[in-house]
Ligand binder design. Structure first.
Ligand SMILES: [Zn+2]
Length: 205
């Protein structure tokens, strides 16, 4: 199996080339280009979230934990009646640490329990699901940014699946579904919904 370094290196190279091509062909600005690069680079690591020991899993767990910790600090340092806010910095720091460890652990445990390595996370729905999620998140940033992040996210995840398939000469990472047909169906329905949402939001001014 190609390792983390291989995936991230290929992901970065391919993303840089596609961003340069997009900027030349479609006039992607700085926002469209940098967010597109981020979508492509992170996409090249996404499928290995299903591996119990992978760096992408630990990295994502840290990002999720930090996100919730930042939100918790924002909440407890804002004045309000509920929970006697604002809290002093020392209590806010403890709340941040607790929140970080709580959500970091929950996220990692859920992914460890609910996924099987090279199961549905290594299938053709994932590039489009990941791209659709990016497109929803940046939908207010304009059509060029949406186009850039959507296409880079698809390409980034595909680099991962193709590398895995090529390295092991086994095309299962490029499968459309797994043996679990109900889970596969749910994944594709979710993918369709997210993309529908992304593109209907973009077309509404
Ligand atoms: Zn993989």
């Amino acid at each position: 199996m190609p390792n983390f370094e291989t995936h991230i290196t290929v992901g970065a190279l391919v993303s840089a080339v596609v961003v340069a091509a997009g900027a030349a062909a479609f006039g992607w600005d700085k926002t469209a280009s940098s967010l597109g690069f981020l979508a492509g680079l992170s996409g090249s690591m996404i499928p290995d979230l299903d591996s119990d020991t992978s760096k992408p899993l630990r990295l994502s767990g840290a990002v999720v934990g930090l996100g919730f910790a930042a939100a918790a600090v924002g909440f407890v340092t804002a004045p309000g009646d509920f929970l006697n806010r604002p809290w002093p910095p020392s209590s806010a720091a403890i709340a941040a640490l607790g929140t970080f460890f709580l959500f970091n652990t929950i996220f990692i445990e859920i992914l460890k329990r609910r996924t099987k390595h090279r199961g549905l996370f290594h299938s053709l729905a994932v590039p489009f699901l990941y791209a659709g999620l990016w497109a929803v998140v940046v939908s207010s940033a304009g059509a060029k940014t949406v186009m850039s992040v959507w296409s880079l996210a698809v390409i980034g995840v595909l680099t991962h699946l193709i590398l895995d398939a090529g390295k092991s000469m086994d095309f299962s990472p490029l499968k459309v579904a797994s043996d679990d047909l109900s889970a596969s169906t749910r994944l594709w329905v979710l993918t369709a919904l997210v993309n529908f949402l992304a593109f209907t939001r973009v077309s509404i001014p």
